[in-house]
Design a binder for this molecule. Sequence first.
Ligand SMILES: [Zn+2]
Length: 110
Amino acid sequence: MRWPLWILKFSDAILPSRSLLVYDNELPKKLPRRNLVLLRDGGENWSINMKCPCGCGQTIELPLIQEAKPRWSLKIDDGGLPTLSPSVWLREECRAHFFVKRGRIFWVKS
Ligand SMILES: [Zn+2]
């Protein structure tokens, strides 16, 4: 079932920050519901993979490698919490637009 967006936003406000799980070479068969997955390849940060926080169920892949376009930059703070820039904006389907800062989702109002 799909949760209403306001419930997801509310639960994001009270649940712990999303953490960053690191995988080498291969993604887990099933992505976690909330946490972000950092895929590394040959010691290089390759991509961030996550389920869309709007609850639509789609998988989001954000390239981190220099050659990719568009690409995102990842910062990891002392507590291991991920910050991504720029924002994530899905132009199709759910059209979710949000920032990830210190493991939290900040929605951009449309
Ligand atoms: Zn979505």
